[in-house]
Design a protein around this ligand. Structure first.
Ligand code: ATP
Length: 251
C-alpha cells in the first residue's frame, strides 16, 4: 500500500492530483485539480493565464515550492519529495522545434527510445513511425523538414520514451492551418492506439473542441471550470468563448 509522509492510504490509480501554489509578481497560480489519467485533457485559457506555468510545474521543470502532485499512485511532489523531471514518466512536446539539429529523423527518434529502459518500452520504433507516417522522412535532417513534420517527429520521440503522461504545450501554434489540420488526427490516433493520456495546452478553441475529452478552463492562475467540452459548452456563454478564441487564435 502506498504511503506518503507516514500516512498510509489508497490512491486512485485512474486519477492525478495537481495542487500548485506560486506567487510571482507577474503570476499568482493557485490550482487544485483532480483529473482522469485517460483521454485528452485540454487546458484552455487566455494568454498569460498560467497554462505553461502549470504544465512546467507538473513536469518539475520549474520548482514550485508549494506543490502536491500525484499521478496514479506515483508521488511526484509533496513537502518531502521532489522527483526530478527526468525521473517522472512523462513526455513533453513544446511549441518550438526541439529536435537535435545535427541528428537525422531516425536518430532523433532513437534518442527517445534509448531514454527508456528496455523492460519499460511499450512501443516499438516501427509502430510509432507507422502511427505518425514518418517512414519516408527517416533519413532527413531536421532542417529538411516542414514545421509540421518536425513536430510529428518531436511527438514520435516523446512517445518512444513510453511516457505515462504526454504533456503538449501548444505544439501546433507555430504551424499554418493546413499543417494543423494534418496533425490533429494523428494526435487523436496516438491517444487511442497508444493509449497515452495527454494534457494539451492551447488557446485555439477549435483544437480543444476537436481533441478534448476533458476541458479545464484557466483564467488568471485559477481553474474556473472542469468538465467535458459538451457540458461546459452548455454552461458557458459560447458567444464569449468563440470571440475569445477568435481573438486569441494566432492563425
Ligand atoms: N519565469 C517567469 N518569471 C516570472 N514570470 C513569469 C515567468 N514565466 C511566466 N511568467 C508570467 O506568468 C504569467 C503566466 O504565464 P504563462 O506562460 O504560464 O501563461 P500562458 O497561459 O501559458 O500564456 P500563453 O498562452 O501566452 O503562452 C504571465 O504573466 C507571464 O508573464
Amino acid at each position: 500500500m502506498p504511503s506518503i509522509n507516514g500516512h498510509v492510504g489508497y490512491f486512485d490509480m485512474n486519477t492525478m492530483h495537481i495542487a500548485l501554489q506560486l506567487k510571482r509578481h507577474t503570476c499568482d497560480l493557485d490550482v487544485d485539480l483532480t483529473l482522469p489519467i485517460q483521454g485528452i485533457t485540454a487546458l484552455f485559457g487566455p494568454s498569460g493565464s498560467g497554462k505553461t506555468t502549470l504544465l512546467r510545474g507538473l513536469a518539475g521543470l520549474d520548482r514550485v515550492k508549494q506543490g502536491h502532485i500525484r499521478v496514479g499512485e506515483s508521488i511526484w511532489q509533496n513537502e518531502q519529495i521532489f522527483v526530478p523531471t527526468h525521473c517522472r514518466a512523462l513526455g513533453y512536446v513544446f511549441q518550438e522545434n526541439s529536435l537535435f539539429p545535427h541528428l537525422s529523423v531516425k536518430h532523433n527518434l532513437e534518442y527517445g527510445l534509448k531514454r527508456c529502459p528496455k523492460e519499460r518500452q511499450q512501443y516499438s520504433f516501427e509502430q510509432v513511425v507507422a502511427w505518425l507516417g514518418l517512414s519516408d522522412l527517416l533519413k532527413r535532417q531536421p532542417h529538411e523538414l516542414s514545421g509540421g513534420q518536425r513536430q510529428k517527429v518531436a511527438i514520435g520521440r516523446a512517445i518512444l520514451t513510453s511516457p505515462e503522461l504526454l504533456l503538449m504545450d501548444e505544439p501546433l501554434s507555430n504551424l499554418d492551418q493546413g499543417s494543423k489540420n494534418e496533425i490533429l488526427p494523428y494526435l487523436k490516433r496516438i491517444n487511442v492506439e497508444a493509449n497515452i493520456p495527454m494534457i494539451y495546452v492551447s488557446h485555439a478553441l477549435s483544437e480543444v473542441l476537436y481533441l478534448a475529452d476533458t476541458l479545464v478552463l484557466i483564467d488568471q492562475g485559477r481553474i474556473t471550470a472542469v468538465g467535458s467540452p459538451h457540458d461546459l459548452a452548455a454552461q458557458l456563454d459560447f458567444g464569449f468563448m468563440t470571440s475569445l478564441s477568435a481573438f486569441l487564435d494566432r492563425d
